[in-house]
Design a protein around this ligand. Structure first.
Ligand code: AMP
Ligand code: ZN
Length: 209
């Protein structure tokens, strides 16, 4: 069943979100994914356990979100009972990524994916990112965007599953993670670093083949 979460009334602004991203009058921006979960028009896939949608502000050519149908706020709420669900979400994410890449005739880095979670998510509904490794997108604008997908701020879904299996909970070092968002801009494919996002984005084109 889809989430029945009520929109939160908190005014907190997540670390990666833009104040203007959710202009819907229906609910506060932080409930955007709950709304999307229930919106059949944006759905790529749904089964008994999870739903896949396209990220509304994609940071790469293919950027999808896999969400559980049951309301789980974030990784802090996850326990041993959720292991089958997280494994299922990863399996589904891989399948839908491959299908989407094939449909879009994606090659090279457009067809290479990472699957994972932001250590400190902006939106209050557990979601696993499925993101192609080209990072070609007009929505990829800031250093925080870049570092959230290319440093260890991005928690690989398989590591999260291993961590949960070993420790029965997911613990995040919030201070260390926040610092990662301010790292210098380093290419994810080579050692080059860049003073600005436009320069980094120009360089990314050299890795497209
Ligand atoms: P995060 O919470 O940092 O893991 O990321 C939240 C993701 O949700 C970002 O990649 C946003 O671009 C994306 N997003 C924000 N609002 C929506 C929406 N209404 N539908 C789909 N994706 C969204
Ligand atoms: Zn490079």
């Amino acid at each position: 069943m889809a989430s029945s979460m009520s929109p939160t009334t908190t005014k907190r602004k997540g670390p990666l979100e833009n104040n203007n991203q959710n202009k819907s009058k229906k609910s506060h921006w932080s409930a955007a994914l709950s709304d999307a979960l229930d919106d059949e028009s944006v759905r790529l896939y749904r089964d008994d356990l999870c739903t896949v949608i396209r990220d509304k502000f994609p940071k790469a050519r293919i950027h999808l979100l896999v969400m559980p149908n049951e309301h789980i706020t974030d990784l802090k709420c996850v326990n041993d009972t959720h292991l089958p669900l997280l494994k299922h979400m990863l399996k589904v994410g891989k399948e839908i990524a491959e299908k989407t890449a094939a449909k879009e005739n994606a090659k090279g880095s457009f067809a290479q994916f990472r699957y994972g979670y932001h250590a400190i998510p902006s939106l209050a509904l557990l979601h696993m990112h499925v993101i192609s490794q080209d990072f070609i997108s007009t929505s990829l604008k800031t250093k925080k965007h870049w570092n959230s997908f290319t440093t260890s701020y991005f928690l690989d879904a398989s590591d999260v599953i291993d961590d949960l299996q070993a420790n029965h909970a997911i613990r995040v070092d919030v201070a260390r993670m926040k610092k990662l968002l301010d790292n210098e801009l380093q290419c994810h494919e080579c050692p080059h670093t860049f003073p600005t996002m436009p320069k980094l984005k120009q360089h990314l084109m050299t890795h497209i083949y």
